[in-house]
Design a protein around this ligand. Structure first.
Ligand SMILES: *Cc1c(COP(=O)(O)O)cnc(C)c1O
Length: 369
């Protein structure tokens, strides 16, 4: 039996989780208190305030869902969508596919538009799809598609979606904390993220935020939210001033998120985005010297997730295993269309440093030569 006290640290450079700062781990180890303890309620209030800053929103309905990023996806979809609604999901990778599947399970009519992996949608394509399938309740899109390493142009997409009178749902699981996500300026109606990517907190919570229009859509539902656990009309009564018990908040996980958000804001959002970009540029230059190239459209590369073609003639899984066993470095393999062909190198949060980039480049150089 493994003794978890002996678990060895790694350099986490895959698609998540990312390295966690000791300050965050120390916060998690503080005494568990009751979920209605005044001290813990202060943690929740601070977290809500800090989430608004990180999401760049004044949305009242902003909180951390108990569950990983996928729970945030499900929360947004099941609260906004009910049977009889028509929903458009933009699919250009694994997480877009997943969003469409989650939407189908609500009983809504789901239509998708697709882009080849690594490419991005144009506002014209979205506008045409909105016109073809109107009326639409909601359009969903993944900002930073972790399976391909491409960033979708959310502000342009938002214009098209709002011109068609639909609500805009954005997956910011991988982007939040690593590149610009401006919920209010970009007029995003519902946005969810995860703790384990660029926020550098262990997996377990999912920040979400809903605009006033999204709140109205929830209030106007004809049927109750399909998921009792993720029903925002119930959960918000615990996060709001009523403090009504719904489910027990994961107390220590919330300590961790509180500390992680404090670290994000201490660094400053813009400084943090610059750090991610600088690490990405250094990685890209180093990989190009080795002949390893990025798979996504060059103008739309994500800084925090680098999907690259595995070097010719090597078994990509063997390289990953050696990185982990011999160098303690974790990177990811390709998913779906990129399975067996790609490496996914994450530079997320605490892992977006020159130290990480240099360690990986030198290990790869040794393994590949
Ligand atoms: C990781 C990820 C998710 C799912 O998050 P989990 O924490 O694995 O549940 C959803 N969307 C995107 C874009 C992701 O990268």
């Amino acid at each position: 039996m493994i003794d978890v006290a002996n678990i060895q640290p790694r350099m986490l450079m895959g698609p998540g989780p990312s390295d966690v700062n000791p300050r965050v781990l120390a916060a998690m180890a503080r005494p568990t208190v009751g979920h209605l303890d005044p001290q813990f309620l202060e943690v929740l209030n601070d977290t809500r305030d800090m989430l608004r800053m990180v999401f760049r929103t004044e949305n009242e309905l902003t909180l951390a869902v108990s569950g990983t990023g996928s729970a945030g996806m499900e929360t947004c979809v099941v609260n906004l969508v009910e049977p009889g609604d028509r929903v458009l999901v933009c699919v250009a990778g694994v997480f877009g596919t997943r969003m469409a599947e989650v939407a189908r399970r609500t009983g809504a009519e789901v239509v998708t538009i697709e882009r080849p992996w690594g490419q991005v949608f144009t506002a014209e394509e979205i506008a045409a799809a909105c016109e073809q399938h109107k009326p639409l309740k909601l359009v969903g899109i993944v900002h930073a598609e972790t399976s391909t390493g491409a960033a979708q142009p959310i502000p342009a997409v938002s214009e098209a979606v709002h011109a068609a009178g639909a609500l805009l749902l954005v997956d910011a699981v991988t982007s939040l904390g690593g590149m610009e996500v401006s919920v209010d300026d970009w007029r995003i109606d519902a946005c969810y993220s995860g703790t384990q990517k660029c926020l550098s907190c262990p997996p377990g919570l999912s920040p979400v935020t809903f605009s006033a229009a999204a709140e109205q859509a929830i209030a106007a539902r004809r049927t109750p939210v399909q998921s009792w656990y993720l029903d925002m009309t119930l959960v918000r009564k615990y996060w709001g001033s009523e403090r009504l018990y719904h489910h027990t908040a994961p107390v220590n996980m919330n300590y961790a998120l509180h500390e992680a958000l404090r670290m994000v804001l201490e660094e400053g959002l813009e400084a943090r985005w610059r750090r991610h970009t600088a690490a990405h540029e250094a990685l890209k230059t180093g990989l190009e010297r080795m002949g390893v190239r990025h798979l996504a459209a060059p103008e739309h590369l994500l800084p925090m997730l680098n999907a690259v073609a595995a070097a010719d003639g090597v078994d990509e899984a063997v390289v990953r295993k050696r990185l982990l066993d011999e160098y303690g470095i974790e990177i990811g393999g390709g998913l779906g269309a990129f399975k067996g062909k790609a490496w996914r190198i994450g530079l997320m949060g605490e892992s977006a440093t020159m130290r990480h980039v240099e360690a990986l480049l030198s290990a790869l150089r040794e393994i590949l030569t």
